[in-house]
Design a protein around this ligand. Structure first.
Ligand code: SAH
Ligand code: DHB
Ligand code: MG
Length: 228
């Protein structure tokens, strides 16, 4: 199928349902102007993350992989005024752009960006907030470390909380069991970990649209074994 139709439908749905505002558009423009890669979630996916946060009644959100703060703005807008979003970002330049974008979104009171390798920051979050602090975790950084991020997310998220992982389909490469691509291997190890953990109830959804062909994994933490 022609990928153009994915874009057309994505743009139609986004125009019908989302109506991206100046702050979100401005965040993408500032990211582009600063030379950040165009790999933020799409407007419809941003709304999806926002909806998940609202459905989960999230007060505390963890993000791994901030980039310019586009997804952080979507999720941060779902928080109550005393809520908290902590986003982890390796690149100081990305974090700087994200902080400015979050500030313009009026979210600097609830959202913070911590700079450095996420694997170094995560133990500090457990020490500072305790385990089970977060209601929602969004994993969207380097894909080779997804299994480690997921394991941390399970520790840091309360039972009944939700963990979302971006980019789990990778143009379909996830189904290649012989792949030597570290990103694909990272995602495949995620699904192995999930399938070996009866306390996690999970699914994965393939997506197409302006971001190409990819997908999300969604996991309910501490849900007990799947009934079906
Ligand atoms: N969630 C963002 C997109 C994130 S892109 C959005 O949808 O708007 C992935 C980000 O992860 C990049 O900014 C990259 O610098 C960051 N990243 C890569 N490796 C990382 C690591 N080890 N620790 C923290 N962040 C990392
Ligand atoms: C890449 C990373 C992402 O998080 C994404 O959504 C798309 C692409 C990348 O590193 O290429
Ligand atoms: Mg992503």
């Amino acid at each position: 199928m022609d990928e153009k139709i994915w874009d057309n439908v994505d743009n139609y749905l986004a125009a019908s349902l989302v109506g991206e505002d100046d702050v979100l558009r401005g965040a993408l423009q500032a990211s582009e102007a600063a030379g950040l890669p165009s790999i933020a979630v799409s407007p419809l996916q941003g709304r999806f993350l926002h909806l998940l946060a609202r459905l989960a009644g999230a007060r505390h959100i963890l993000e791994i992989g901030t980039l310019g703060g586009y997804s952080a703005i979507w999720m941060g807008r779902a928080l109550p005024s005393d809520g908290r979003l902590v986003s982890l970002e390796l690149e100081p330049r990305h974090a700087e752009v994200a902080r400015a974008n979050l500030d313009r979104a009026g979210l600097s009171g609830v959202a913070e960006v911590r700079v450095g390798p996420a694997l170094q920051a995560l133990p500090g979050l457990a020490a500072q907030f305790g385990e089970r602090f977060f209601d929602l975790a969004f994993i969207d950084a380097d894909k080779a470390n997804i299994p480690a991020y997921f394991s941390w997310a399970l520790r840091l998220t309360r039972p009944g909380g939700v963990v979302v992982v971006d980019n789990v389909v990778r143009d379909g490469r996830v189904a290649d069991e012989a792949s030597s691509d570290p990103s694909v291997r990272g995602v495949r190890r995620l699904f192995e970990a999930i399938s070996g953990d009866p306390s996690v109830l999970a699914t994965a959804l393939q997506t197409v649209g302006v971001k190409g062909y990819d997908g999300f994994a969604l996991a309910l933490v501490g849900a007990g074994p799947a009934l079906a």
